[in-house]
Design a protein around this ligand. Structure first.
Ligand SMILES: [Zn+2]
Length: 149
């Protein structure tokens, strides 16, 4: 693909010349009415850019944490008070974790994991679709032009 007006291979913009849209090099773009830079053609540029983005991995505390804690603690044959003291966690806090009325944060979950030899944290990929939603404030000029059409 080269300039519609000359043989220059470096096409930089889309211009309108005598009513006809042409993709032209920098020199020839002077002859027409500027429409848009070539790299913003509607050929899904903003979208393809987003798809390249790696899905984010986040760490979350498993939903089954209370059951895991209870089962493991009973296996070990110690009561909540002893376990909480061992981990330097408030008994009331530990009690919440085991009953499920509160979820340990990641730091606490790691302490629980270490002391009990269980896995409470799982890694989860944030789906691309959700990222796109959060992305809306950073819309590109290309997006805005498309919306107006
Ligand atoms: Zn040219």
């Amino acid at each position: 693909m080269s300039c519609d007006m000359c043989d220059n291979k470096e096409i930089v913009s889309v211009v309108k010349i005598e009513g006809v849209e042409m993709t032209v090099c920098k020199d020839c773009s002077k002859f027409g009415t500027f429409i848009r830079p070539l790299n913003q053609t509607p050929v899904l540029k903003p979208r393809s850019h987003r798809q390249i983005k790696e899905p984010e991995v986040i760490e979350i505390v498993r939903d089954g944490t209370p059951a895991i804690l209870k089962q493991k603690r009973e296996q070990l044959g110690i009561d909540q008070a002893k376990l909480a003291a061992k981990m330097r966690i408030k008994l009331s806090a530990y009690n919440h974790y085991e009953s499920g009325s509160a979820k340990p944060d990641l730091t606490t979950a790691r302490i629980l994991e270490q002391h009990l030899g269980v896995t409470l944290i799982k890694k989860e990929k944030v789906r691309q679709v959700e990222l796109d939603h959060d992305d809306s404030p950073s819309m590109t000029i290309g997006d805005l032009i498309k919306k107006r059409k």
